[in-house]
Write a protein that binds this ligand. Structure first.
Ligand code: C2E
Ligand code: MG
Ligand code: MG
Ligand code: MG
Length: 275
C-alpha cells in the first residue's frame, strides 16, 4: 500500500480501495441507466396486525431488474452519488399506481410505507411530487407512510423538521425506522412526530429469545406510554411471533409471515394461512 498525502490528510491507497471505487462507479452507471428507464421495481412486504392476523399494510422495498445489486449495496452508492431521490420518486410513483390498481381490483386499501433517505432531504419538491401523484391517482394520503431515520435528524435537523411537519399536514403518517441500531436515542425517538416505531431486526435477534424478553417488554411499555405504536421488523420464527404477541407489539413484519413479494402475491396474501 502506498501512503498518499501529508499531515491530517494521510490515507492508504491500495488495490482494495481501487476495486471499491471501480465498483461504486460501475453501480453508479448502472443506476443512472435504470433511473432513465424507470426500471427499478417495487416489492411489497406484508405487515401483519399481531392480534387478528390481518394485513395492516406493506413496506415498499426497491429492487433492480434481475437483482443486479441489492439495496444494502446500491442505496448507499445512490445516496453518495445524489441519485437516491430519483430512485425514491420512481418507487413512490409505482407505489401510488399500485394502490390505485389494487383498488380497481376491488381490494381493500392498505397503508404502504416508503423508505426515505437522509440524502433526500435536499429534494425540496418531494412533497409536492407526492401530493400531485395522490391527486392524479385519487389515493388518500392516509394510505401512505414515510419511514424516516434518526440519521436524518443528525444530518440536518432543520430540514428534517420541515419535512416531518409538511408530511403531517398532508395527512401522511410517519414511522421511525431501524430503532435500536447505530446512534439510537430515546430522546430523538420520543420527540419525533412519528406515530410508529420500527424495532430493528438486531433487537429481535438479540432479545426475542426466551428468558431475554424483559428488555423488549420494557421498551414496548415505554413506547406505548408515549402513545406510539410498535412495528417489529425481522420476525422469522413462530417463537419470536409468540413473544411479540405476549409483549403486546402491535404490528409484525418478517420472513415468518412473508418475504417482500411482487404486487400480485402481496395483494392476495392472507396471514391466516401462516401457522
Ligand atoms: P429497511 O428499511 O430496514 O428494510 C427492511 C429490510 O429487512 C429489507 O431488506 C427486508 O427485505 C429485510 N427483512 C424483512 N424481514 C426480514 C426477516 O425476517 N429477516 C431478514 N433477514 N431480513 C428481513 P432490503 O429490501 O434488502 O432493504 C435493505 C435496506 O435498503 C432497507 O432497510 C432500506 O434502508 C433500504 N431500502 C430498501 N428499499 C428502499 C427504497 O425504496 N428507498 C430507500 N431510500 N431505501 C430503501
Ligand atoms: Mg424501512
Ligand atoms: Mg428497518
Ligand atoms: Mg433495517
Amino acid at each position: 500500500a502506498k501512503v498518499v498525502g501529508g499531515g491530517d490528510s494521510v490515507f492508504f491507497y491500495d488495490e482494495q480501495m481501487k476495486r471499491d471505487m471501480e465498483r461504486k462507479l460501475e453501480i453508479t452507471d448502472y443506476l443512472k441507466r435504470a433511473i432513465a428507464e424507470e426500471s427499478p421495481v417495487v416489492l411489497f412486504q406484508p405487515q401483519v396486525n399481531t392480534y387478528d392476523k390481518t394485513v395492516y399494510g406493506y413496506e415498499a422495498l426497491v429492487r433492480l431488474k434481475d437483482n443486479a445489486y441489492f439495496p444494502d449495496q446500491f442505496i448507499p452508492v445512490a445516496e453518495a452519488a445524489g441519485l437516491v431521490s430519483s430512485i425514491d420518486r420512481i418507487v413512490t410513483k409505482k407505489v401510488i399506481q399500485q394502490q390505485a390498481a389494487w383498488r380497481a381490483e376491488g381490494r381493500e386499501m392498505k397503508v404502504v410505507s416508503i423508505n426515505y433517505s437522509a440524502a433526500q432531504l435536499r429534494d425540496e419538491t418531494y412533497c409536492d411530487f407526492v401530493e400531485s401523484l395522490l391527486r392524479e391517482y385519487d389515493v388518500e394520503p392516509r394510505y401512505l407512510k414515510i419511514e424516516i431515520t434518526e440519521s436524518m435528524m443528525l444530518e440536518n435537523e432543520g430540514l428534517a423538521e420541515e419535512l416531518f411537519s409538511r408530511l403531517e399536514q398532508m395527512g401522511i403518517s410517519l414511522a421511525l425506522d431501524d430503532f435500536g441500531t447505530g446512534y439510537s436515542s430515546l430522546y430523538r425517538m420520543a420527540t419525533t412526530p412519528a406515530e410508529y416505531v420500527k424495532l430493528d431486526k438486531s433487537l429481535v435477534d438479540t432479545y426475542m429469545v426466551p428468558g431475554k424478553e424483559d428488555f423488549i417488554d420494557h421498551l414496548t411499555q415505554l413506547i406505548h406510554g408515549i402513545d406510539k405504536k410498535i412495528i417489529v421488523e425481522g420476525v422469522e420464527t413462530a417463537e419470536q411471533y409468540a413473544i411479540c404477541k405476549r409483549l403486546g407489539c402491535d404490528i409484525i413484519q418478517g420472513y415468518f409471515f412473508a418475504r417482500p413479494l411482487p404486487s400480485a402475491e402481496a395483494g392476495a396474501f392472507d396471514p391466516k394461512t401462516v401457522a
